[in-house]
Design a protein around this ligand. Structure first.
Ligand SMILES: Cc1cc2nc3c(=O)[nH]c(=O)nc-3n(C[C@H](O)[C@H](O)[C@H](O)COP(=O)(O)OP(=O)(O)OC[C@H]3O[C@@H](n4cnc5c(N)ncnc54)[C@H](O)[C@@H]3O)c2cc1C
Length: 366
């Protein structure tokens, strides 16, 4: 279990023996690896992420990185589940927490996060989906887009308009996915992370009790910003793992592939490419570790978090693209994992705030 002596060996063995042989099969079939997800929950990943013990939280992020070296979609799945728990653990009533948290930690209940809408992508202050007050709760109407886990989720964090236009009129609700009026649309056919199902969700007069509002009315985007602080860090940690996988694979290939009577790593054109990939990846890891340490010290570090997300995901995009180059024709085929890595890295530049949005945040601090 995470946090105990022997954890890194336990996780490495699990990844080598249980995860590695399954990646391509599940990705090709676009099938959610439910048993592996539950295994990681059973190993304490969600419990560590929401723990008040800084070292356990750090171990969670470093574990995400290690899992991503094998399979980004699995790490991302655990992470977005954890993000859905954050709003509940920080802002849910004691009654709700007692009812849900242990069942979410074990993976029995799976969570999803509903921020995005047709006209609210990067700009969440434009959220239009409504939650209208009734005598004993709220009634939700609208459509949410791109919801990770939508087809398999039991609980959804749904951000809805309850007040005036703008950022200060959105509230967050914890909604049972089986509530009448919720329709999950067919899963979106994505470029990568196909094993992590994503779908749009339609809400038609969905009734929720007043106790399902998390935090205060009209303060939902403050919850969202707390969720994003951890979300961005998790994506950055995943990107580091992905970049490390690309470097290791490209270096091994460059040593074994011979042209002109030499291993291709002997050519400066290739070895300098590998040197840059390795250096950028090491720098990304250092930045992510610094951002994790800052977050755990209790001082919010949004500048560092955005810098880590931006740099680590741009690095993963660059190293995965360069890995294809090092492998030549083989790198361009589905026999090699390099194409999958490129498609995965691209996602990381888009989610949890696009990298343009990270630059906007960073520029704001400057
Ligand atoms: C696989 C996948 C899973 C996802 N999972 C979820 C999920 O679980 N829940 C959820 O709610 N959403 C989810 N999303 C949606 C994701 O959060 C959004 O894609 C993201 O926030 C960007 O919004 P958008 O796609 O509407 O892009 P837009 O906001 O329309 O942006 C389009 C382009 O314009 C740029 N841009 C926008 N505004 C600015 C600006 N001010 N300055 C400079 N450039 C700008 C963007 O960077 C981007 O390049 C997911 C998306 C994907 C692809």
């Amino acid at each position: 279990v995470i946090g105990e002596v022997g954890w890194w060996d336990e996780l490495s063995t699990f990844l080598e023996t249980r995860v590695r042989p399954e990646v391509e099969r599940f990705e090709k079939a676009a099938e959610f690896p439910a048993a592996l997800f539950r295994d990681l929950c059973g190993m304490g990943m969600p419990a560590a992420a929401i723990s008040s013990h800084p070292q356990r939280v750090t171990d969670y992020y470093l574990s995400l990185s290690l899992i991503s070296r094998e399979w980004l979609a699995l790490a991302e799945s655990v992470h977005l589940h954890v993000l859905s728990m954050r709003a509940l653990t920080a802002h849910g009533s004691q009654e709700l927490r007692e009812e849900m948290v242990a069942r979410m930690s074990s993976g029995e209940l799976i969570g999803g996060n509903c921020f995005s809408e047709e006209n609210a992508g990067s700009d969440l202050a434009a959220i239009a989906m409504s939650a209208a007050r009734t005598s004993d709760g709220f009634v939700l109407n609208g459509r949410k887009l791109w919801v990770g886990h939508a087809p398999i989720a039991s609980l959804l964090n749904v951000y809805c308009r309850t007040g005036t236009p703008g950022a200060a009129g959105v509230s967050c609700f914890l909604v049972d996915a089986s509530t009448p009026g919720i329709t999950i649309e067919p899963a979106v056919d994505k470029m990568g992370v196909k094993s992590l199902p994503t779908a749009h969700i339609h809400f038609d007069n969905v009734e929720v009790g007043a106790n399902r509002m998390l935090g205060r009315a009209n303060r939902g985007l403050l919850i969202a910003s707390e969720v994003f602080a951890h979300g961005r860090l998790g994506i950055a940690a995943c990107a580091v793992g992905l970049a490390e996988a690309t470097v290791a694979h490209a270096v091994a290939y460059a040593k074994s592939r011979h042209q002109f009577g030499n291993p291709i790593i002997a050519f400066q054109g290739i070895s300098f490419l590998l040197a840059d990939m390795a250096t950028q990846t090491a720098a990304a890891r250092a930045l992510v570790e610094r951002a994790v340490a800052a977050l755990q010290s209790g001082r919010p570090a949004p500048l560092l978090t955005s810098q880590a997300k931006l740099f680590a995901t741009d690095t993963a995009m660059r190293t995965s693209t360069d890995a294809v180059q090092v492998l030549g024709a083989y790198g361009y085929t589905s026999e090699s994992p390099t194409g999958r890595w490129m498609r995965e890295a691209k996602l990381l530049q888009i989610i949890e705030g696009t990298n343009q949005i990270q630059r906007t945040v960073i520029a704001g601090y400057l």
